[in-house]
Ligand binder design. Structure first.
Ligand code: ARG
Length: 462
């Protein structure tokens, strides 16, 4: 073994790696983020090796104590990460050797970096599933606050971004509460499925040492050990599930962000964003830009990019571990960081923004938003088939549009000219308040329905 051959496997090597080899091979610049998980995993492994009599208690204790010292060195920034030692696993082990000497060399008994990295990464991603769920819940709470304040504020509901029917602000906010509820459930599902321990699968085939995989699984908070050692070291579907859930969640955030961008414009004025989440322009003094919303809208780009990236890395890999899989981490780290940032920004924006009920109402009252109510009235009160009612209403909308009016401004004579059965009573359904109040079907926009949903979610999130 030459001096520069790797101290972990230099036995069969006559020379150290080329500098480019070292550069392409090393992951320590990013996988040092899994230091805590690596040390937790190693401590659990050492305790199990002692409990099964594979290691002496004194060696195992020296290892467990030494690992705590390594962790504190890493956490205080005193630790020197070395690229020559490739990754977090070998950096930690090498430092342990410096600290405690020979017993360090026994830690890797019955284990491989393949099950080690699979374990560390699972623990890391599991933590992100928890963090994402809390962030989602906080954002839902912020939206509930908005919904409660404006449970009966009338606003236009849109399809095709064209005025469709009046809805309430509360109903619109609650739509996002529902979407985010499914996001939280996706993170929870992914977490439950990934919560099995790869540790003890060793390189790929298991080990001849009498290890106790249930013990390490339990110590690390896993439900059970994974049942197939090849699967344990080879799959990264847990990371893909996290990324998929993150992509869907980021897509939802992007849609809300887009609405905030539109709504805060001078043309809409539905909301005023707080100064804390806006920026100014260096040239146009009047500008207040919704940058946080725009950046939140954009985050789906990198998060979905990471998802596609990891799918592409994993597809076509033969069983079991291949070094390709080292490319799993940076994508997941970046996606997780940016999802959390986007959620925090959205949380702040939603809490701080103030809706403008007058502008909402004015917009709801224009654009013939109650045309469906008029058609429904013709069905209900005049017995017309819906298709005929639709046609009559269309005629009236065209008439109003020609006169530059809205539907409630048409005279009764004009109304009757479209259909003789129309009476004065029709004007009751043309007002936006009556319109939303009439939508009492389950899940509809009637303020009473919205309040039922708000109460349900408040209880659920409490
Ligand atoms: N740094 C490696 C990774 O992230 C650890 C596993 C190395 N295993 C191996 N057989 N070379 O995937």
């Amino acid at each position: 073994m030459t001096d520069d051959a790797n101290q972990m496997w230099g036995g069969r090597f006559a020379a150290g790696p080329d500098a480019i080899m070292e550069a392409i091979n090393a992951s320590i610049s990013f996988d040092q983020r899994m230091a805590r998980q690596d040390i937790d995993g190693s401590r659990a492994h050492a305790a199990m090796l002692a409990a099964t009599g594979i290691l002496t208690d004194s060696d195992a204790n020296a290892i467990r104590e030494g690992l705590l010292t390594v962790l504190s060195e890493i956490e205080t920034g005193a630790f020197q990460f070395k690229t020559a030692l490739e990754d977090i696993h070998m950096n930690v082990e090498a430092r342990l050797k410096e600290l405690i000497g020979d017993p360090a060399g026994r830690l890797h008994t019955g284990r491989s970096r393949n099950d080690q990295v699979a374990t560390d990464f699972r623990l890391w991603v599991r933590g992100q599933c928890d963090a994402a769920q809390s962030a989602v819940k906080s954002l839902q709470t912020a939206l509930l606050g908005q919904a409660e304040a404006g449970a009966d504020w009338v606003m236009p509901g849109f399809t095709h971004l064209q005025t469709a029917q009046p809805v309430t602000w509360g109903h619109h906010m609650m739509a996002y509460v529902e979407m985010l509820g499914r996001d939280a459930a996706r993170f929870a599902d992914a977490r439950a499925r990934m919560n099995e321990s790869p540790l003890g699968a060793a390189a790929l085939a298991g080990t001849s040492f009498p290890i106790d995989r249930d013990m390490t699984a339990k110590a690390l908070g896993f439900d059970r050990p994974m049942a197939n050692s090849l699967d344990a070291v080879a799959d990264r579907d847990f990371a893909l599930e996290f990324l998929s859930a993150a992509s869907i969640c980021a897509m939802h955030l992007s849609r809300l962000a887009e609405e905030l961008v539109i709504w805060s414009s001078a043309q809409f004025r539905f909301v005023t964003m707080s100064d804390r989440f806006s920026t100014g322009s260096s040239i146009m003094p009047q500008k207040k830009n919704p940058d946080a919303a725009e950046l939140t809208r954009a985050k789906i780009g990198r998060i979905l990019g990471a998802t596609v990236g990891l799918f592409t890395v994993m597809k076509g890999l033969p069983m079991t571990y291949s070094k390709d899989m080292q490319e799993d981490k940076e994508q997941v780290f970046d996606a997780a960081d940016n999802l959390m940032l986007a959620m925090a920004a959205m949380d702040g924006m939603v809490r701080d923004m103030s809706a403008n009920p007058d502008a909402l109402r004015a917009a709801a009252s224009s654009g013939f938003s109650t045309a469906t109510d008029l058609a429904d009235w013709l069905v209900r009160e005049a017995g017309l088939p819906f298709r005929d009612a639709h046609h009559v209403t269309g005629t009236l909308v065209a008439m109003a549009e020609k006169d530059g009016k809205d539907l409630p401004d048409l005279s009764l004579d004009q109304m009757k000219s479209a259909h003789p059965a129309i009476t004065e009573a029709v004007y009751d359904v043309l007002g936006v308040d009556n319109s939303v109040r009439s939508r009492t079907s389950y899940g509809g926009t009637a303020p009473d329905q919205v309040r039922v949903q708000i109460a349900r979610w408040k209880e659920k999130l409490a």
